[in-house]
Design a binder for this molecule. Structure first.
Ligand code: TXA
Ligand code: MG
Length: 497
């Protein structure tokens, strides 16, 4: 920030003004003043179509350092450079490839950031020491005029204190950065409301680093296959491709739990029940369509344009616990769920667990659990027994059989089936008819209890107990389990587990 000194009347001492001025982004004079601040090395928050950015002259590394200071941003989290024309691009990056050209033609100006090999004009302050730099052309008149007027590319992260939800109004910027930056250009509500999509084209397959309003489906239409970079939800010391991904983000002060299931009714039942238990200061964040399931409870609408505003409001309202009624990962929902999973710091309840049941929970059902999880369906398996001997654990031959398949069940101990296990499972696979009859007596939801062979659409046969047998009998048992499980997974979408 450029310190502003005002000489008070009859007082020679100057005082530093701690209020940041806010001016209308529709006022050309304000844009000119903002551009002057940028060229003088100051910091200006400005509207873009995604979220507000905190801008500094991208060619002035001292000014860019100020961004990190004002936001409290870790130095290894690089900035995005904003440009207003294609000539500026070639001053800062090496010649873009064919795929990048196609994307820029289609989506610029717009909410898409591309990772390029940087030229030496871009300092390490911006790139966080990487050899690449992120660039985008925003689709917002005020942002484009500011960049043109300043005659320099503008480096800008989102204009929030690090870790807070990104700002979608000038008021959000003010509440985070007042007194720390020189000026805020007020351009009203950001129309998109979520930060830009980030795509890295440096590998053989394009990689989606951060989902946004340019959706995976839109990218696939142009690029064919696009890989999705694994989401990093927990803070850790790994070095992800987009360094910013490793930091806690978007987090409201309230504890936030994301609840997901393929069946919406399960989600609302779970959330209503939890709120019933916790009482008071809880709220639900759900799409307009899902909100009607929560009449008489405190709710916030889950829409891309207002997601960040809602997270801020939740804190203002003193909410202590928020449940997110999870959406599927299609279109723009993927971007919303990405931000919310990060805001949850990993507190994600996936209600789509399948439960395998046998007698002692030492052989058949644990092997089934490990085999199911090896298919990585996103729907996790659990296993229990109906008559578990205290202190039981995985049978040695079952362990060896799994090991031969490259599978393991680390830290496994056998568990006696409880009413709660039955309640929480979305479907229960029993090894024999006797087990199924037993489990059905524990629940009113008898429809969700099957023998494994029955659910796989085979003639109903029991999986016999290998307990006490040689290893080869265990292997036969595992093979039988694997055949049935792979059939079930093939049919999975039809039966919408
Ligand atoms: O929509 C947006 O992108 C907004 C507006 C202001 O343009 N900006 C924004 O910036 O969201 P920021 O700093 O909050 O997020 C930038 C992300 C970070 O996760 C950062 O790690 C990643 O971009 N990034 C920057 N340079 C990168 C690079 N060279 N390679 C990979 N990721 C990079
Ligand atoms: Mg940010």
């Amino acid at each position: 920030m450029i310190p502003v000194h005002v000489t008070a009347a009859k007082n020679t001492k100057s005082v530093v003004v701690l209020m940041t001025k806010i001016k209308s982004a529709n006022d050309l004079n304000a844009i000119k003043e903002a551009a002057r601040i940028i060229t003088e090395g100051g910091l200006v928050a400005f509207p873009t179509e995604t979220v507000y950015g905190l801008g500094a002259d991208a060619l002035n590394s001292e000014a860019c350092k100020g961004i990190f200071e004002a936001k409290g941003r870790p130095r290894d989290n690089p900035l995005i450079i904003h440009i207003a024309d294609m000539e500026s691009l070639l001053n800062i990056v090496e010649v873009p490839g064919h795929k990048a050209n196609k994307l820029m033609e289609k989506f610029w100006p717009g909410p898409l950031t591309l990772i390029f090999t940087k030229k030496t004009t871009v300092s390490d302050v911006i790139s966080g020491g990487l050899s690449t730099v992120a660039v985008r052309m925003p689709d917002n008149e005020a942002a484009l005029s500011l960049i043109k007027e300043a005659k320099t590319p503008i480096a800008a992260p989102s204009a929030n204190i690090s870790g807070r939800p990104s700002p979608t109004t000038a008021g959000h910027v003010k509440s985070d950065l007042d007194g720390k930056i020189d000026m805020i250009l007020d351009g009203g509500n950001a129309v998109v409301g979520l930060e830009s999509t980030i795509v890295d084209l440096s590998g053989t397959v394009p990689m989606l680093l951060r989902p946004g309003a340019i959706t995976l489906e839109m990218l696939e239409d142009i690029l064919g296959t696009v890989e999705i970079y694994p989401e990093i939800i927990f803070e850790d010391d790994k070095a992800p491709k987009a360094p910013g991904m490793k930091y806690r983000h978007y987090a409201p002060k309230a504890e936030l739990t994301v609840v997901i299931s393929k069946r919406k009714a399960r989600i609302s039942k779970y959330i209503r029940q939890k709120i019933g238990e916790i009482g008071g200061t809880c709220a639900i964040l759900a799409s307009q369509e899902d909100l009607e399931k929560y009449k008489n409870l405190k709710t916030y609408s889950l829409e891309p344009e207002t997601l960040f505003a809602a997270l801020r409001q939740i804190d203002k309202d003193g909410i202590k616990r928020v449940f997110v009624h999870g959406l599927d990962d299609t279109g723009i929902n993927r971007a919303m769920m990405n931000r919310l999973r990060k805001a949850s710091s990993g507190d994600i309840v996936d209600l789509d667990t399948v439960l395998f049941v046998c007698t002692g929970n030492t052989c058949r059902s644990p092997m089934a659990e490990a085999i199911w999880d090896s298919f990585k369906t996103g729907c996790l398996a659990k296993s229990c027994g109906i008559a578990v001997a205290p202190g039981s654990t995985l049978n040695e031959n079952a362990r060896k059989t799994l090991e031969i398949k490259g599978l393991s069940l680390q830290g496994f101990t056998s568990r006696q089936l409880t009413k709660n296990d039955v309640e929480e499972a979305s479907v229960i696979f029993c090894m024999t008819k006797v087990h199924a009859e037993y489990v059905k007596q524990m629940t009113n939801d008898m429809w969700k209890v099957y023998t494994l062979s029955e659910y796989a659409g085979e003639s109903e046969t029991d999986i016999s107990d290998p307990f006490g047998s040689e290893l080869d009998i265990y292997e036969v048992c595992a093979k039988e389990l694997e055949t049935l499980i792979s059939k079930i997974i093939e049919n999975r979408n039809k039966k919408s587990l």
